[in-house]
Write a protein that binds this ligand. Structure first.
Ligand code: S3P
Length: 427
């Protein structure tokens, strides 16, 4: 697919529901009592993997509408052992969060996924689950992951990596453990699990840097209102910032501060982005509207403490930095190496091929930005949705356009991405 250069992004849009919250609504709904109505569900290949997984394990999910689903819960211990492996597709969130719930069920469960997912680390969840008393097997630290539920004991777990997926997995298992399970975070990561479990009535307490959960008797989560996915809004935010004359409003988008690190980073680079109509969704998430005007940017440094707050947006940050005057840097982002692809490697090689002066470091990258358009050329998404979207934004802001190979990878998180982008692009 070829993306030609654009002059501006103009208009009003809304993006599909947040993927992280949509996964959690299905998973928590599946072990709750009664029905969970999920409004604004973000339909994508990844969230379909979660629906398929809980269905395979015995929960019922009704599709009410394209973005409304209803999960009929099986109760905390109601998921059923099945003969076949559970296929989590491309979705690390499905596999890691589900494993925590399965550790509390009776039976033996095998979780697997596509080639990308089978190359990603799961020892990070196998270790705490085994410490809690589950029987866990991996293929040398990678999926397939086999979890044999058992009677679990609470643990105090200091996360060795700042990962919301690992934190969420341990909190899920903590619902079934005897005693109080505490997760200590080296750095704040997204807290959608904490917000949703508290809304479902789980005995959860939060203090700075740690979260504790006691065993739950039952969960009830009648309704979840899912805001638009900030990570799906981010390509639009960056494109509108870089294209002079842009004026773009993104409505009803999630503005949880653990997700919007990109806004803080862009603000100190000189971006003109305003959040308004700030409110809370009925299920406790911050949301609002964003108005983006184009701006000239200056370089900045993204430190390790900030990285979890924009982990999925760092590829887009690299592109913004390419047009920002001066030297930008990202440190402490080695986690990018174990995402759907090695994103440190793929971002640096692809952007370099488009004419960006970017250097790969062991834990991040450095960019020498110039306030002009990158040349353009070709890039391959490598099957990674965030890289396909990066390619599209790179094409719009380039001089000669960008030819994207495997653009269909966007469907992992945002099936209508190219159509929506086209609807606000001016050439
Ligand atoms: C996610 C957490 C992040 C993020 C992923 C979704 C989640 O992963 O990269 O896209 O929903 O919890 P880590 O927690 O492993 O950093």
């Amino acid at each position: 697919m070829r993306i030609e250069p654009a002059t501006a992004l103009v208009g009003h849009i809304a993006v599909p529901g947040d993927k992280s919250i949509s996964h959690r609504a299905v998973l928590v709904g599946a072990v709750a009592e009664g029905e969970t109505l999920v409004r604004g569900f973000g339909r994508s290949a990844d969230t379909e993997s979660t629906i398929a997984a809980v269905r395979a394990l015995g929960a019922t999910v009704h599709e009410e509408d394209v973005d409304t689903i209803c999960v009929e819960g099986s109760g905390l211990r109601g998921l059923r052992e099945i003969d076949a492996p559970v296929d989590c597709g491309n979705s690390g969130t499905t596999l890691r969060l589900l494993a925590g719930l399965l550790a509390g069920q009776s039976g033996r469960f095998e979780l697997t996924g596509d080639d990308s997912l089978r190359s990603r680390p799961v020892d990070r969840i196998a270790t705490p689950l085994a410490e809690m008393g589950a029987h866990v097997e991996t293929a040398d630290g990678r999926p397939p992951l086999v979890v044999q539920g058992g009677s679990l004991q609470a643990i105090r777990y200091e996360l060795p990596v700042a990962s919301a997926q690992v934190k969420s997995c341990v909190l899920h298992a903590g619902l079934y453990a005897e005693g109080t399970t505490t997760v200590v975070e080296p750095l704040p990561t997204r807290d959608h699990t904490e917000i949703m479990l508290a809304a479902a009535g789980a005995p959860l307490t939060r203090r700075p840097g740690r979260v504790s959960i006691g065993p739950a008797e039952r969960l009830e989560l009648p309704e979840v209102e899912v805001p638009g996915d900030f990570s799906s809004a981010a390509p639009f935010v960056v494109a509108a910032t870089l294209l002079p004359g842009s004026e773009l409003t993104i409505h009803d988008v999630g503005l949880n501060p653990r997700r919007t690190g990109l806004l803080d980073v862009l603000a100190r680079m000189g971006a003109r982005i305003t959040a308004f109509n700030r409110r809370r969704s009925s299920s406790g998430e911050s949301m609002g509207d964003l108005e983006v005007h184009s701006a000239e940017l200056v370089a900045t440094r993204v430190r390790a403490e900030e990285v979890p707050l924009l982990i999925d947006e760092l590829p887009l940050f690299a592109l913004a930095a390419a047009s920002a005057r001066g030297e930008s840097r990202v440190e402490g982002a080695q986690e990018l190496r174990v995402k759907e692809t090695d994103r440190l490697e793929i971002v640096t090689t692809s952007l370099r091929a488009l004419g960006v002066r970017i250097e790969n470091r062991h834990d991040g990258f450095g960019v020498r930005g110039v306030p002009s358009r990158p040349k353009g050329g070709g890039m391959d998404s490598g099957g990674d949705h965030r890289i396909a979207m990066l390619g599209a934004v790179a094409g719009l802001v380039s001089r000669d356009g960008v030819e994207i190979r495997s653009p269909q990878a966007v469907a992992v998180s945002f099936p209508g991405f190219f159509e929506l982008l086209d609807s606000v692009t001016q050439r």
